[in-house]
Design a protein. Structure first.
Length: 143
């Protein structure tokens, strides 16, 4: 059975990527995602990546395996994963946004995401502040 699955994780940039590095990463990722019918979103916040990917289970497991081994980031923390009935990002092979501090403040009510502290404690399902930022961005896409 080829079930639809999603994975969401947070990681730390290995080094500050230039805009051209990000463009190259996105160009390749979008090409491969289109080929595998993988959709999702990538956020860059205060030097941390937050990504949500969705697609058929086998493809998602394989891609997440490649992503975990990618030297462009470290300290990968799984935020949430599971099965879904339908996609959230039908139109996006990989939406991308660099999130500013002012936007974080609008969403969370405070500027400092304190991601380093978040890495120390295991995320609580659905209540993780980072997921809040992610879902807020999702709604702005579908609005
Ligand atoms: C933050 C981050 C997000 C990534 N997202 C994707 C993605 O959505 N799709 C993808 O194919 N590769 C993505 N990659 C690249 C993968 O880690 C890996 O390089 C790529 O899938 C290798 O594909 P290939 O072995 O088929 O060339 C991402 C890498 C990083 C660092």
């Amino acid at each position: 059975m080829n079930k639809l699955k999603f994975v969401s994780y947070m990681s730390v940039q290995a080094q500050t990527l230039r805009d051209t590095d990000i463009e190259e990463l996105l160009f390749n990722a979008r090409e491969k995602n289109r080929r595998l019918a993988i959709t999702g979103v990538l956020l860059l916040i205060q030097g941390k990546f937050i990504q949500y990917i969705e697609g058929y289970e086998e493809d998602i497991d394989e891609l997440y395996g490649s992503i975990k081994a990618d030297p462009r980031h470290n300290d990968i923390l799984l935020l949430d994963s599971g099965y879904i009935d339908k996609r959230q990002y039908t139109n996006w092979s990989m939406a991308y946004k660099k999130v500013r501090n002012s936007e974080i403040k609008n969403i969370l009510g405070y500027t400092e995401l304190k991601l380093d502290e978040l890495f120390l404690s295991p995320p609580e399902e659905k209540t993780h502040p980072v997921l809040k930022v992610l879902y807020n961005f999702t709604h702005s896409l579908s609005a």
